[in-house]
Design a protein around this ligand. Structure first.
Ligand code: HEM
Length: 466
């Protein structure tokens, strides 16, 4: 894209604040964001001004422009201090999205500070990425085991045939169990985090205080693992950068927990949905055993990070049909870019395996999901989805797919529930019954004990049992 290094926006080009904007988060957007992206593109071209909870934002819609913004970090900054409206005190004081952006962690850093934080993350995540290391092997088998235990719990509580919500009864608890293990949470911390992450992720009236409590809990976890190191991500982050304070480590864990729970969970649900609703190419790749390809296709159809985190223009720059001014806020939309990509390549690009990798589900450029985290995310998604179809001989949606309720915020698009009628494979082991999840003599240790304690708490939460 043309750089225009010294150009200033022409005086007669419209400034963001001067344009009439339509609010993005409407009932129409909840039900059919694609229709909103199409209308905005028709009206404005590849970049459109929209209102986000009362604040004007440039929404970047087309694939080429989204890639440019994601890749060019010298022009598109992540540090919220580059945002002119914030620096000049023009934001509503209670703007709901600001609190998250004020949590200073790797995602909102630029240049060398960001690169150093990424090196730390990469070193700490690497042992879990590789199935040949003890940590990697252990995590892989734990994910499969937890998935089996949750299906067994469903069988014990609801029977071998029946109705289930694969969000509340499978995906969310699975991700929380994995988080507990990966982060090395002692059970007491785990229970507390479960409750607050759910409150925070659901964005209910208690979301603000829950965020504060979750941050505090992660800070306590950081202090705990500094005193008692283990084979977990928290301890490995400290090992990679012993200068991290408990507060900073707590902030980094908090951000990783959001990706691990909310984003990875939504990727599981979105992939399950594509299979259940009969997306032919997704089903074909699943039955061919190409789970990675199944995930790519689901990410292309419905990326969980629908709109990426904000970027801020370092200087005046033309983008789409507008001049973006230094300090303006932009939101690159992966979901809209995919719509554009599918339209551009409706024939050969989408038909081939190579094209599905062009999806922006992992982001792109310097802030894209770190490779070790991507491996981990893919492992969890493919295991979680694979286990469902191993265990279920029948699973069908109980609502037409266009009537499923979506949680459609400024960043994430994910299912609120995934209701299915199911029949379980009779070969499922009867040893996995509620209250006797561990076969006698097979005593769990370490992180597993924590996850099992959590499973018991989740069982009470989900089924109300004692
Ligand atoms: C299928 C699951 C996942 C998806 C779809 C996903 C997607 C993404 C996306 C789109 C971004 C870039 C956001 C942006 O540029 O605005 C990102 C960044 C990130 N993800 Fe993931 N992610 C997944 C799993 C994970 C997991 C399991 C972890 C860690 C345990 C993780 C850790 C991170 C971190 C630390 C960043 C920030 C990178 C930076 O700012 O340099 N992600 N992820």
């Amino acid at each position: 894209m043309e750089a225009h290094p010294h150009a200033l926006a022409p005086a007669d080009s419209p400034a963001l604040g001067s344009l009439p904007v339509e609010p993005l988060l409407t009932a129409e957007f909840d039900a059919d964001p694609g229709a909103v992206y199409r209308r905005l593109r028709r009206t404005y071209g590849p970049v459109a001004p929209v209102g986000l909870m009362g604040v004007p934002v440039w929404l970047v819609l087309d694939y080429r422009e989204v890639l440019e913004v994601l890749r060019n970090e010298s022009l598109w900054r992540r540090d919220v201090r580059c945002w002119r409206a914030r620096a000049q005190g023009e934001l509503p004081p209670d703007w709901p999205l600001l609190a998250g952006y004020e949590v200073r962690q790797m995602m909102f850093m630029d240049e060398e500070e960001h690169r150093a934080a990424r090196r730390t993350h990469h070193a700490a995540l690497r042992p879990f990425q590789d199935a040949r290391t003890p940590e990697g092997w252990e995590l892989r088998s734990a994910v499969a085991r937890y998935a089996d235990e949750l299906v067994a719990l469903l069988a014990a509580e609801s029977g071998r045939t029946g109705f289930a919500d694969l969000s509340a009864q499978y995906t969310r608890p699975l991700l929380l169990m994995v988080t507990t293990k990966l982060f090395g949470c002692p059970v007491e911390l785990g229970d507390e985090l479960v409750m607050d992450l759910w409150r925070m992720l659901d964005g209910g009236p208690d979301a603000g205080p829950a965020t504060g409590r979750a941050l505090a809990a992660f800070t306590r976890l950081a202090a705990h693992r500094r005193a008692v190191p283990g084979d977990d991500l928290t301890s490995y982050l400290l090992l990679a950068d012993p200068d991290l304070s408990d507060e900073q480590l707590g902030r980094e864990l908090f951000m990783n927990a959001v990706y691990l729970n909310d984003i990875t969970g939504n990727m599981v649900l979105n992939t399950l949905l594509e299979v259940l609703r009969g997306n032919a190419t997704v089903r074909r790749s699943l039955s061919a055993g190409q789970l990675g390809e199944t995930v790519n296709r689901a990410a292309l159809a419905n990326p969980p990070v629908a709109n990426m985190c904000f970027r801020f223009a370092a200087r005046d720059v033309p983008l789409g049909g507008f001049w973006i001014r230094a300090g303006d806020i932009v939101s690159p939309s992966a979901a809209a870019a995919h719509q554009d990509l599918l339209a551009i390549g409706s024939s050969h690009m989408v038909g081939s395996t190579v094209s599905t990798r062009a999806h922006l589900g992992w982001g792109a450029g310097p802030h894209q999901c770190p490779s070790a985290a991507r491996e981990l995310g893919s492992l969890i998604v493919t295991t979680a989805v694979g286990r469902v179809f191993d265990h279920f001989t029948q699973a069908e949606l109980t609502l037409p797919h266009d009537q499923l309720p979506w949680r459609s915020g400024p960043v994430v698009r994910g299912l609120k529930v995934l209701p299915v009628r199911y029949a379980l494979n009779p070969a499922l082991t009867p040893a996995h019954r509620s209250g006797e999840l561990v076969p006698a003599g097979d005593a769990p240790t370490g992180g597993d004990r924590q996850a099992r304690g959590l499973l018991a708490a989740l069982r009470r939460l989900m089924f109300g049992g004692g």
